[in-house]
Design a protein around this ligand. Sequence first.
Ligand code: ADP
Ligand code: MG
Length: 635
Amino acid sequence: MSQVVRKPIALLPDHLVNKIAAGEVVERPSSVVKELVENAIDAGATRIDITIEDGGRTLIKIADNGSGIPADQAPLAFAQHATSKIQNADDLFAIGTMGFRGEALASIASVCHVTMTTRTADEPQGVRLEVHDSKLSAPRPAAAAVGTIIEARDLFYTVPARRKFLRTDATEFGHVHEMLLRVALPNPQIAFTLSHNGRLVQELPATTDHRVRVAEALGKELHDQLLAVHFEERGITVSGFAGQPALARATAKYQYLFLNRRYIRDRSLFHALKEAYRGLIEPQSQPIAVLLIDIDPAQFDINVHPQKTEVRFRDASNVYRAVLAATRETLLATDLTPQVKTSNRFDGPPPATFAPSRTVDSPSTTHQKIADFFKQATPAAPQPRLSFPAPVGERPTPSPIEDPSRITVRQLPELPKVDPPTESESRHLAPADRTLTTKPETPRFVQLFNTYIVAETPDGHGGGSITIIDQHALHERILYEELFARMSRGPLEGQRLLIPEVLPVTPKQVAALETVKPMLTNLGIEVADFDAHSVAVHTFPSLLSKVSPREFLRDLLDKLLELGSKLTAEELLHELLDMASCKAAVKAGYPLSHDEIAALLERKHQVERSSNCPHGRPTTLRLTISDLERQFKRK
Ligand code: ADP
Ligand code: MG
């Protein structure tokens, strides 16, 4: 064993304490920018100018028009643990400011040269202070406007090792820019500018219109494609914008979540956001969103991580649900419904609508397709009958630009036979819902955008309606009902897998798995320990034959850990069936064969009859002939 030389225990001198703290607070130029801009916001600034030289290596200058610091208190701002923002322990649980630790200025001043010029409105002139080598100069009077200017030069000159870790100027500046977005997005009332090496890179004028700020910050083309979110429930407010599904990107880079105007990262909330877009975007793509969550500060603890982007909620599942509901309701409210059921007015261009993420056609090509539909309505060529549920996994990926000749346009001699509703069933049916169960005369349908099925539904008396169906939503709902119905009759018979599918698991996942095992068994999924670090799926329901058992279990465990153990048995079952049916359902953007569409329509009545609808989203929109006549002003 090597000889340990024991040194006496001693209190660290202040400058060392600061340097150690700086290691947590100041990682790179963008962290200095963050701290200084947050101080400016806390000081009530309405204008903040950021000037950067050489990626922040040589100069970071932040000028604000906030309250300023009284001359006699200015030196204190640089002391360790000196803050004007909290006074006692209770304040810690009701933080209303961005800062509160009182260590930013002390830390920054320990790793670079700092000059501060500040003036309050009560004072005729300002003061200037300098810190070099952790030594504070005596304050000198200085001409200054009300507010504060802080200049930080030669970052990390005292810690060469850290300086070495800095990346290229362009990369560091990129981080600074991202930091600006994180503070500017939730604060449209504050004007910001950002300059690099003498060039103005971003200018964000103050605005009362949050949409304008988001568009200026993330891309002007977004302006008209953002759906406004307003949600309030049980003390949680969610506001901001959700991008239209068609805007979805490959990365989650454009997902900004703010808690009481503070940028946060939270796996579970990102998941809630993604969940809200389920069925509307490709599973791998990511929506764009800027969501402001506001909660009583007593309901969470922001003090988890020095960079403060992680939070601990008292009731995480409530916040999860709020984000999911807020976003989903926004998307829902933007469904085709308002267009279909419009009054007699023409409201100008249609409001933002659901668009399939894959194809967005210009109005002229849409017209062409509709014209083709009516021209080509010819009897269907016989096609091999596919079993239901329709296979999903083996489909060819459709080309991004839809070939109009591929649209399914067929005339059916007769819709697949549907049992007439029994007495008790028909009592549940609203007259409009009976259309598909009465025998239609010449029903025709077409799949549009590989996503929607538009069907003609005559009522047998010369009238009728046009039904627009979201193929994914309908299929998902049918599968859900079917699984639910079968499970309530008794455990489902699982199909034994030839080779069990093995999944590595963590101890936490094992614990989560235990809570759902009985439910899985009822669903026909048998999971057993494989070895100390993995489990194996032995049986899987044939209804879900297109779903990978391993993937299903992995996602289920992820979800269980995210939602926590607070779910009731009923909610758990809902989550389970929801996940199973979503995974097995045909996705938006997939071409369906004639028979598949027919099978889907045939099963439609199952969900129409079910009294409790498991999901919020509609599967079907109906436009009656009298609606049309009103639209065309015939009525
Ligand atoms: P904290 O922000 O956690 O209080 P800081 O070290 O960042 O700690 O700042 C210390 C104190 O200096 C703040 O509490 C505030 O009173 C004052 N201060 C810092 N920057 C500004 C500013 N731009 N305008 C007004 N006061 C400021
Ligand atoms: Mg601060």
